[in-house]
Each structure stands twice: as structure tokens, then as C-alpha cells.
Design a protein around this ligand. Structure first.
Ligand code: 9MR
Length: 375
């Protein structure tokens, strides 16, 4: 009996040791520190892996936030502090302190900084569109675009490698989004299209830094073939007119579950722009996974086993396609819109679950499933 107890005990201990040597045990939950993995190191040679952050994340080098960012990402973008309202709130005032701090930090840590965004219909101060109490003329708006873009891009010449020159200019039902930019500038050069404000921004950015990658960035390109075609048509026309567009940004604010084949087909539509500009690149610029559909009533998410499996599959599907595109030489950067659930814009009063690191600072299983794709 005594012997039997000993044998049972021995077998139990052996079983526990065996389990803890399995792959699950290697899955630590800590994003930095001894033994922690690194997303960007795993995908090195394929594409950079990045996140949107805020300048306050960089205040304390000993903080969880700072250490996590340095450990996990080799490209970064500011979530809000490099948008027109933050940088250029009135005509004769620029605030560069946060962007300067961000770019310095990136250089110190060998991280590639992205610039988001020079021209957007949202988070843009009203002065751009006014001349006294009247609407500004097309000429005045174009002059302001030139001044705004030139000042910002030349300040970071050679340092900010990739710019979202224009953001969300393609329409959801119509070819071009209707905005103050398109309304006031219109078809100023009379060539039959209303891309003139976009063209002015790209031309000024290219003159200010000919080596920077100049991107047109938008949402739903992966899910709406119609929108991908509208993007294709707009960029095709502008490239044929000699506008220096170097890349298309897929924001990738997606839901939990994505149709892989449809996503791939939509990327292929944009990739065909290489017939016109053989060096054109695609970047993923704002990836996150929303638990709720647009317009769906929000509750705190129920993190069931099925939900987690689906969540993991959604992320791995995206990264699988990105590896394929990287092998084709058309994609070299995948940026997430946030770096952990606690700092995501999707946590707007209800618990969401969008990132690869949870709100309590732990690496999710999906993180590890994504990492395994890199092997
Ligand atoms: O994440 C940003 C959030 O904090 C801001 O309140 C919001 C304001 O429009 O912008 C968010 O970032 C957006 C990005 O700049 C462009 N694509 C959509 C992003 C999420 O709304």
C-alpha cells in the first residue's frame, strides 16, 4: 500500500512536469522582461510590427507601457497627437513638441515612426476652410494645404519614413467622400476629377521629402470590394497624372471573423496598381478586432471559448495573408491601432477585446497563435 502511494505520487509529479514542459507552458503572459517574446523580432525579415501610442506612454522608461512598447514593436504612430487639430490648431500656430518627442524616442530605440495624418475631414480645425466669415476659395485652401504639408513633412525629412498624406478620402457610396476639402477645392484644375486637394497634398509632401513613403489611407478596403475598386480607380487616375503616391494604407478595423478569400481578393485589387507604379506598397495601418458590429448594441463582451477561438482565427487569418503579401514584396508593415485593450479607442464605456494584449497586461492566446505563424 505504501509502495502504491509512492508510485501514484511519482506518476502525479511526472505528469505535472510533463504538462508544464508542453507548448502551453512556454506561453508566458508577460509582454516584457526575462523570457518574454517579441512580436517584431518574430516577424523580422517579413514586415515591421507596430502600434498606435500616445506621447504620455513614453514618459516613464520604467513603466509597463514603455517597456512593452519597446519590447514588442519596431514601428509606431501617434494615435491623435500628429493630426491637424493637434499640430496646427490655428493658421500661424504649430505645436510640434509631442511629435518631436515621439520621433526622438523612435530613433533612440531604432523604431520606424509613421506620420498620421496630414489631411483628414475629421480632427481638422475650421480655419482651413474660412476666409473671414466666408468660405475660403479653392486657391486659398490649396495654398494652405501646401504650407501645412510642407512645414510638417520638411521638419521630419529623412526621419518619418511613411506618411498617411490623406486619410479616408474615398467615399462609402460615392467615389470621393464629400468633405470641406472636396467641396471647396473641387475640380480646380478643370481636368474632370475632384482629386485636386489630394494631389496638392501629395505633391507638396514629395517636394518636402522625396524619400518618404507617401500613403493614401482608408477603412473597409479589405471588406468592401466596391470601396477597394473606388480606391483603385482614384489612385490609378492620380498615378497616370503623375501624382507621387507610393502606397495604400489598409486601416483594418475589422470584426471578429473575416472572410479570408474576400479579404485576399480586395488586397489583390489594390496590388494591381503596381501595373502603373511598380514600387507601390501596401501597409496595414490601424489593425484591431471589434467584438461588436457597427450599429450593434454594445454590452460587456462575453469572452467564451468560441469567442476566443474565433478571435484567434481572425488575427491569424490577417497575419497569414500579410506573410503572403510580404513574400510578394508588396507589404512590409503591419500596425495595430493600440498596443493593449486598456488603451484602445474601442473601449468606449463597454468592455471590448480588440488587441493581442489584454486590459490586465497579459499576452492573449491569440498573441501566441500569431507568433507561431512566424516560425
Ligand atoms: O483612435 C482615435 C480616437 O482616439 C479619436 O477619438 C478618433 C477621433 O476621430 O480617432 C481615432 O483614430 C482614428 C484614426 O485617426 C483614423 N481611422 C479611424 C481611427 C479610429 O476612429
Amino acid at each position: 500500500m505504501k509502495h502504491l502511494n509512492r508510485i501514484v505520487c511519482f506518476l502525479l509529479i511526472a505528469a505535472i512536469m510533463l504538462c508544464s514542459c508542453g507548448s502551453e507552458a512556454k506561453r508566458t503572459t508577460q509582454p516584457y522582461g526575462e523570457g518574454a517574446p517579441s512580436l517584431y523580432k518574430a516577424f523580422e525579415g517579413k514586415f515591421r510590427v507596430g502600434a498606435a501610442i500616445n506621447s504620455w506612454d513614453l514618459d516613464d522608461p520604467t513603466s509597463w507601457n514603455y517597456q512593452t512598447i519597446v519590447q514588442q514593436y519596431n514601428t509606431l504612430v501617434l494615435e491623435n497627437e500628429s493630426k491637424p487639430d493637434a499640430i496646427h490648431p490655428s493658421e500661424d500656430q504649430y505645436y510640434f513638441d509631442k511629435f518631436d518627442k515621439f520621433v526622438d524616442f523612435c530613433e533612440e530605440h531604432n523604431i520606424t515612426p509613421r506620420g498620421h495624418t496630414l489631411i483628414w475631414h475629421s480632427q481638422v480645425p475650421g480655419w482651413f476652410f474660412k476666409d473671414g466669415n466666408q468660405d475660403a476659395s479653392a486657391e486659398l485652401v490649396l495654398e494652405r494645404i501646401k504650407e501645412h504639408v510642407t512645414t510638417i513633412v520638411s521638419r521630419y525629412k529623412g526621419r518619418v519614413k511613411s506618411w498617411d498624406v490623406v486619410n479616408e478620402v474615398i467615399g462609402d457610396g460615392e467615389q470621393l467622400r464629400f468633405s470641406d476639402w472636396s467641396r471647396l477645392v473641387g475640380d480646380a484644375d478643370g481636368d474632370g476629377d475632384k482629386y485636386d486637394f489630394i494631389e496638392a497634398a501629395f505633391i507638396a509632401a514629395h517636394e518636402a521629402d522625396p524619400d518618404a513613403r507617401l500613403m493614401i489611407n482608408d477603412y473597409s478596403l479589405e471588406s468592401s470590394t466596391d470601396k477597394a475598386i473606388r480606391m483603385y480607380n482614384a489612385v490609378k487616375k492620380m498615378l497616370e497624372d503623375g501624382v507621387p503616391i507610393d502606397g495604400v494604407g489598409f486601416q483594418m478595423h475589422i470584426g471578429n471573423g473575416i472572410d479570408y478569400d474576400a479579404m485576399k481578393e480586395n488586397y489583390e485589387i489594390i496590388a494591381r496598381l503596381r501595373d502603373i507604379n511598380p514600387d507601390l506598397m501596401i501597409e496595414v495601418t490601424e489593425l484591431d478586432v471589434n467584438c461588436y458590429g457597427w450599429g450593434e448594441e454594445k454590452k460587456d463582451v462575453e469572452v467564451t471559448k468560441e469567442f476566443l477561438e474565433q478571435f484567434s482565427k481572425t488575427y491569424t487569418d490577417v497575419f497569414k495573408l500579410m506573410l503572403e503579401l510580404s513574400d510578394e514584396g508588396i507589404l512590409d508593415s503591419v500596425v495595430m491601432w493600440g498596443y493593449y485593450d486598456g488603451a484602445s479607442w474601442l473601449n468606449d464605456g463597454h468592455q471590448n477585446y480588440p488587441m493581442l494584449i489584454d486590459k490586465d497586461h497579459n499576452l492573449k492566446d491569440a498573441y501566441w497563435d500569431v507568433l507561431e505563424l512566424a516560425d
